[in-house]
Design a protein around this ligand. Structure first.
Ligand code: SF4
Ligand code: SF4
Length: 93
């Protein structure tokens, strides 16, 4: 990713390029990550719905999983999962 110099910034730091969030792998600074137990998952989709980073994807088999490039480890998916199919575990780097 290119670094901007101060004189290259737009007025008001307005972001003019669409879709640039894809460039930022926000999962870099995660301290914990969600781990799925698909035996408990009912494929309800609540984790997908509540993830504030839209980092959960539905797989072809209907189950859900996080894209760890973008998951920030907030734990909201685990909190909202009624069957407790998601556990937050400490990130290992
Ligand atoms: S909220 Fe829980 S049960 Fe529902 S799809 Fe996500 S992991 Fe599965
Ligand atoms: S921990 Fe937070 S950011 Fe990561 S998948 Fe769950 S809801 Fe999304």
């Amino acid at each position: 990713m290119d670094q901007y110099k101060w004189h290259e910034l737009t007025v008001g730091c307005v972001i003019e390029e669409v879709g640039n969030a894809m460039e930022y792998k926000t999962g870099d600074w995660r301290s914990s990550k969600p781990v799925w137990n698909w035996e408990k998952c009912t494929k309800c989709g609540l984790c997908w719905l509540f993830c504030p980073d839209a980092s959960i994807r539905q797989r072809d088999d209907g189950f859900y999983e996080a894209d760890l490039d973008y998951c920030k480890g907030c734990g909201i998916c685990a909190k909202e999962c009624k069957p407790v199919a998601i556990t937050m575990v400490e990130e290992e780097r």
